[in-house]
Design a protein around this ligand. Structure first.
Ligand SMILES: *Cc1c(COP(=O)(O)O)cnc(C)c1O
Length: 371
């Protein structure tokens, strides 16, 4: 039987880059896939499905309310719309008619105005918000955030992510205090984070997760938080939310993935280190290559192999090497955020032992080729 890869002429991929949308994010467990299939094969009263799975997830996570959405980006846009529209029936259907006469500014640290593959600002605009940056590219204190809040502020947005500037930036707790002082809601985008409880327990009004990243669910997203704002997000199903509808299969698949995520043993950073010990030793045996374990810059329990490429010794530029490995078959994708510094990272969470051997072989071949 021909595989899907053969039928459509697709390349096989080794994903050493982590949970990346451009590669399909993650591969859910068999149980989750089966639940997705169950969802596809049955009818439900969708309002009931949304409310009851939401209540179930909220009980599991110990928060007031929860809602499955189609992805974290959709969650972001709908949370912004919810903060602006709230329970206004006219605005729900007329958010696109500018200018808005209600508070529509979304205040965020400038160092959080990042692209995660698409810009945060685009999602804010989709939700009808006007982005206001606080502080500078290299700093944002609670005072600087507070100074940007006006009577036109609909919400403060905090992006909890490795993509953001970390140095001299306020914490979620500090952003929450600023939000509470001004009586505006705090929205936390924690899309790729592993802790599903910390920020809602802290008191954030809305917290957003990606369903397929840490949770390893189907393509989906999760919004959790306080009762009232989550109800406002649900209402967006009859507004902008319709353009980002989540299916019954996504709702059921993510709900089960969350249950499993909370109860099943997670692969620890220490186990990741063990998995790549031989790989790192082999790399260090190559001329012009240095490899070591590094820990996730956002503080998650993820260990990765950081590979330094001495461009003079190897005769290869780092970006050229990364490109060559992507162009091969199978295509090998590394984390390339630091390629401009001569560094690539290997994330082994989705890489099997045999694939790790193949990565080493391909890297060695690439380096020897040019010598
Ligand atoms: C991945 C990511 C998103 C988008 O998540 P999707 O589920 O792919 O829409 C948003 N914000 C941050 C910080 C992310 O890392």
């Amino acid at each position: 039987m021909t595989s899907v890869y053969e039928q459509y002429g697709l390349k096989k991929v080794i994903n050493a880059s982590g949970r990346m949308t451009i590669l399909g994010v993650s591969t859910p467990s068999a149980a989750v896939v089966e639940r997705v299939s169950y969802g596809l094969n049955h009818y439900f009263e969708i309002g009931d499905l949304v409310n009851k799975t939401g209540a179930h997830i909220a009980r599991l996570l110990g928060c007031e309310s929860a809602l499955v959405v189609s992805c974290a980006s959709a969650g972001l846009a709908q949370c912004v719309a919810a903060a602006i529209v709230q329970d206004d029936d006219w605005l729900l259907h007329n958010l696109h008619i500018q200018p808005l006469l209600v508070a529509d500014e979304i205040v965020m640290a400038k160092g959080h105005n990042v692209s995660f593959g698409a810009p945060v600002g685009t999602m804010v605009a989709l939700g009808g918000g006007r982005l206001i940056e606080a502080g500078y590219a290299n700093e944002c204190s609670p005072q600087q955030l507070s100074a940007a809040v006006t009577t036109q502020t609909a919400a403060i947005l905090y992006i909890k992510s490795h993509h953001c500037v970390q140095k001299s930036h306020l914490s979620v707790q500090q952003a929450l205090e600023v939000a509470q002082q001004h009586g505006v809601p705090l929205i936390v985008d924690a899309a790729a984070e592993e802790d599903l409880q910390a920020w809602s327990a802290m008191g954030a009004d809305l917290v957003i997760y990606s369903g397929a990243k840490a949770i390893e669910g189907p393509t989906s997203g999760l919004v959790i938080g306080k009762q009232q704002p989550v109800e406002w997000v649900k209402r967006q199903a009859h507004g902008i939310g319709r353009a980002m509808k989540v299916g019954k299969e996504g709702i059921l698949g993510l709900t089960l993935a969350i249950e499993n995520y909370l109860t099943q043993q997670k692969v620890t950073g220490a186990q990741m280190v063990e998995k790549m010990t031989t790989f790192i030793a082999q790399l260090n045996g190559l001329q012009g290559i240095g490899a070591q374990v590094v820990w996730d810059s956002a503080g998650r329990d993820i260990a990765r192999a950081e590979i330094h490429i001495d461009e003079k010794t190897t005769g290869r530029t780092t970006s050229g090497l990364v490109q060559a490995l992507k162009s091969g078959d199978p295509a090998i994708y590394f984390r390339g955020y630091k390629a401009n510094e001569g560094i690539i990272e290997v994330d082994v969470r989705s890489v099997s032992a045999s694939e790790l051997v193949l990565i080493f072989t391909c890297l060695r071949r690439q380096i020897n080729q040019e010598k």
